[in-house]
Design a protein around this ligand. Structure first.
Ligand SMILES: Nc1nc2c(c(=O)[nH]1)N[C@H]1C(S)=C(S)[C@@H](COP(=O)(O)O)O[C@H]1N2
Ligand SMILES: [Mo]
Length: 335
């Protein structure tokens, strides 16, 4: 059952919602353009990503990232009415260990990440293995905006308007073979541009994995942007995964390979500490991490003196959408 808390902000529009409505009105022309010319406008701005000055009507803040709006998703579960996390918090409180282990490190260090040219290799048990350029990936399907709750295994959460399309769109194009049971996501590991690759914190590259039905679930988002713009480097530019019902670490950043396999992928965090980070890592308030409770969470931006912790929801609030995937499974064993 999907339980809403009283702090969800359903009754009155919050300042951020009013702002984003104004932004949507300003974006209407581009959205139309996107619907017809697919990602043409966004592609043009990708080309000059560094120098591009952000059009004032398309963004609530002065910035230099290229616009990447998406049409509002009609997918059930893709929009929460909760207050959006401030862009500033979402882009300065990050986990991206390739750039350091402190939450502030990625925003400080990730400017060295080289996001162009970029390719994503599709390989393994698949009929049409391919090497997609970022431009091809952007054009493959229409960009949608999905407002997802994100919950880190460490006990904090955010609400972020992501831009992308369901990973299933790409998977259908490449036609996995009948024996493909899992999808492995390999991320960039370049010691020249990522200062902590080479450190022993993790076994690089950072690898994540999903079961095929999880990867095909419409909520699983191949993500190119957030807040109507392309992803900032620290959030996993130029392309990452977002799996909203799982702990944040399942959402691999800066993807370079998507591999279809018949074996359970060896994931970076599972290799680092198998008893703490299982393969599934579904958000589950009833299964504690061995060193701390998973029953509550701290919403980033609400950390004032009197801010209460929020109750963590089963499957991060996406139980109606994804509960069926785990019917009959012992979630204490399959954590
Ligand atoms: N390549 C890579 N992807 C990663 C991580 C990482 O360290 N490296 N950290 C994960 C963790 S623990 C979280 S909580 C989310 C954070 O995403 P955000 O910074 O966009 O909120 O990214 C995930 N993806
Ligand atoms: Mo995380």
């Amino acid at each position: 059952m999907l339980i809403k808390t009283s702090r969800d902000g359903f009754c009155h529009p919050l300042a951020s919602e009013i702002t984003s409505q104004r932004v949507y009105a300003g974006r209407r022309d581009l959205i139309k353009l996107m619907a017809t010319g697919v990602a043409g406008a966004a592609l043009a701005s990708w080309a000059s990503r560094e120098s591009q000055a952000q059009s004032a009507t398309l963004t609530p803040r002065p910035g230099k990232l290229a616009a990447l709006p998406g049409v509002k998703s009609s997918l059930a579960g893709a929009v929460t009415m909760e207050k959006l996390t401030d862009y500033k918090d979402a882009s300065s409180y990050n986990n991206f260990y390739e750039f350091g282990t402190d939450k502030a490190d990625p925003a400080k260090n990730a400017h060295t990440l080289k996001t162009s040219p970029w390719t994503v290799e599709i390989e393994g048990l698949v009929k049409k293995p391919a090497r997609y350029t970022l431009e091809d990936l952007l054009k493959l399907s229409a960009q949608e905006e999905r407002i997802y709750r994100m919950r880190c295994v460490e006990g904090w959460s955010m609400v972020i308007p992501w831009v992308g399309y369901s990973l299933s769109e790409l998977i259908r194009k490449v036609e996995p073979l009948g024996n493909a049971r899992y999808v492995e996501f390999v991320t960039q590991a370049d010691p020249k541009t990522m200062p902590f690759v080479g450190s022993r914190v993790l076994d690089w590259p950072y690898v994540e994995g999903l079961r095929m039905d999880e990867a095909m679930h419409p909520l699983t988002l191949l993500t190119f942007g957030m807040y109507g713009e392309v992803l900032p480097n620290q959030n996993g530019a130029p392309v990452r995964l977002v799996v909203p019902w799982k702990y944040g670490f399942k959402s691999g950043k800066s993807l370079v390979k998507i591999r279809f396999t018949d074996k359970l992928p060896a994931t970076a965090w599972n290799k680092a500490a198998a008893n703490e980070y299982g393969f599934f890592s579904n958000v589950n308030p009833n299964v504690d991490h061995p060193r701390w409770s998973q029953g509550t969470e701290r919403r980033i931006g609400e950390d004032g003196l009197f801010a209460k912790k929020r109750k963590t929801l089963m499957f991060n609030g996406y139980e109606a959408q994804v509960g069926q995937l785990y019917a009959g499974m012992d979630l204490k064993k399959n954590y």
